[in-house]
Ligand binder design. Structure first.
Ligand code: ZN
Length: 256
């Protein structure tokens, strides 16, 4: 066998191994369970957003570790974190990606049975009314102590950075994968898609960052599912697989 043929065969083998050959031990994932402490997030029929997102985040920690990643949770219990604390942790620890976990809600009771589905957001200003509405709900608790001018200055500085494109790619991989895993059991789950929105929790995280809305706590059917381990595990598998695809692709692109 000539040396060239040998090298060719070796490279085929490496390419054929795909994701399994990728070393993930230097990839730190920061998981941010939304809300906490006095901030319950959305509440419906006694069920609280802060509880379900903490459960999902702990499951994510377990599953990411099993897949070889390092993981850090911004909160592992029922406590409140300021906006700065959440994203500073991701920056200090030099995370590869930042994922904020939330459950969605609407205020119009007559539409509780209608509005449902899974959505993923990345930080960007938008005129889309629906994205603005979801962002307004999620932003309410974390906005205390900052004025509108300083918030806009921060957002502008982030929007001029290169992270938007990567965050958008990460959002697409995670959203597709979550929907795939959930639909393998709940066939008609609505794919709310990937959307840009001005979420303040994503401001200041200088790395690819997304916010997932794993279902509507105000929708009776989804509220019931959200608190089951089966649904949570499917969401978790979807997120881990999506992040894996994003990181592996990125590594191949630029040696990330
Ligand atoms: Zn939330």
């Amino acid at each position: 066998m000539t040396r060239t043929v040998f090298i060719f065969l070796i490279s085929l083998f490496i390419i054929g191994c795909g994701g399994s050959s990728v070393d993930r031990s230097n990839s730190l994932i920061v998981i941010d369970a939304g809300h906490g402490g006095h901030d319950s997030g959305a509440v419906c029929q006694g069920k609280q957003e802060k509880d379900v997102v903490l459960e999902i985040s702990k499951r994510l920690r377990r599953e990411f570790k099993k897949s070889g990643y390092r993981v850090y949770l911004t909160r592992a219990n029922d406590r409140f974190l300021t906006l700065g604390q959440r994203t500073r942790i991701a920056d200090k620890k030099n995370a590869k990606v930042f994922i904020s976990v939330h459950a969605n809600a609407i205020s119009n009771r007559s539409r509780f049975n209608i509005v449902e589905g899974i959505e993923t957001y990345f930080l960007q200003k938008t005129r889309d009314a629906r994205s603005q509405r979801v962002a307004a709900i999620e932003n309410a608790a974390v906005l205390k102590g900052t004025n509108k001018l300083s918030r806009n200055v921060i957002i502008d500085s982030v929007l001029n950075g290169p992270k938007i494109i990567q965050s958008h790619k990460l959002a697409i991989d995670v959203q597709n994968s979550m929907v795939k895993h959930i639909r393998s059991k709940y066939r008609n789950v609505k794919n709310g898609g990937v959307r840009p929105a001005p979420f303040y929790v994503l401001v200041g995280a200088s790395r690819p960052s997304i916010l997932v809305e794993v279902g509507y706590i105000t929708n009776p059917k989804e509220r019931k599912r959200l608190f089951t381990s089966d649904y949570q595990e499917r969401i978790v598998k979807g997120i881990v697989e999506g992040v894996g695809r994003y990181i592996d692709n990125r590594k191949r692109e630029v040696g990330f």
